[in-house]
Design a protein around this ligand. Sequence first.
Ligand SMILES: Nc1ncnc2c1ncn2[C@@H]1O[C@H](COP(=O)(O)OP(=O)(O)OP(=O)(O)O)[C@@H](O)[C@H]1O
Ligand SMILES: [Mg+2]
Length: 377
Amino acid sequence: MNIPFAYGKIVEDTDFTDRTDETAHLMGNFLSLTNTAIISPRRWGKSSLVAKAIKATQVEQKDILFVRMNVFKCDNPQEFYSLFAKKILEDISSSSEALLANAKEFIARLFPKLTIGDPLSQYELSLGVDLRNDPIGEDILDLPQQIATKKRKKVVVCIDEFQQIGEFRDTLKFQKTLRTHWQDHSDVAYILYGSKKHMMLHIFGEYNSPFYRFGDMMFLPKIANEEWREFVVERFKETGKSITPDLAGYLAEQVENHPYYVQQLAQYTWLRTTDICSETIINQALQAMLDSLNLQFVNLMDTLTEKQRSFLCAVSEGVKNLSATATLQRYQLGTSGHIRILKDALTKRDLIDVTGKEIEIQDPLFKRWILQEYNKM
Ligand SMILES: Nc1ncnc2c1ncn2[C@@H]1O[C@H](COP(=O)(O)OP(=O)(O)OP(=O)(O)O)[C@@H](O)[C@H]1O
Ligand SMILES: [Mg+2]
């Protein structure tokens, strides 16, 4: 029997729930070629949402070419350009013959010195070998528009883990280069998303950043408890087990409706359930999850300073006024001036989210773990 819950990968079809509004919104952006940055904390479902919206669009719209790439492994502009070229060619080509023809047509024109041989393996090899002496330049960034013009289609380029470009040595210069090229592309939309929220906000939200006002900023919300109830109940039912809507709601609540963790907890719970789920089973499953994360959280805490750890404890315990004298004393946070420094440092690490006066621990299980384990140390 297939396990009816999935986590740690892009989820599709029956594993994917809700996101009706967001899917429609994103599909609208594809059609209108609106550049989009998708922002959310880790594992809320950005990659899955993009995959879903692409699939749904492809059913109806044959005149949009989609390109998907993940730039997580790129360390410099060269690697970015190279992957960009490769992925575009792969994704617009329906066969290896078509790929070769497209490579000859588009890449050879941009980079005449590049030898493009037969068969496909040779093409990749020659692209790789030649790159060392004759690197791909920024002109490759115009490839999507050239393809769109030539093929008379729209092109949507989706780039996952986009924040990685923030790690490049001359990142601002590179960002300016990207923006300069991309803003002139009238038949192409760029959908940019990534797992590091802080870095993504830095790239798209700061006034002086080249990507400021690049397009639509989509802030992905969590999936509502109501949706999770239905989803979990249904998936239990389909596999011959049962859970009440209330317990399914309770399950999702334990992990604050966090998509990845709801799926994980549901799976742990499902595996422990013979026929009918109970609250005890959910609690045991949750504890098993916390146990499996223990070492990771201990190690994470080890990388923080004493004050940062205390700050996280205070936030986990729901303390609101962190600068109050009593709080500063109780948690030994130093002076109120330290609070801003602590906030900045922990935001940069994507451990907390600050919205106005509200501070939240990004990872609901980390918060639970702090409350359960760390305070005792
Ligand atoms: N719409 C959804 N329905 C059901 N589960 C979902 C949905 N979206 C996300 N999930 C759950 O969350 C997990 C993470 O999803 P995904 O990888 O799409 O998120 P992400 O925001 O791209 O993550 P990261 O920040 O690590 O890049 C999935 O494996 C799945 O368990
Ligand atoms: Mg992702």
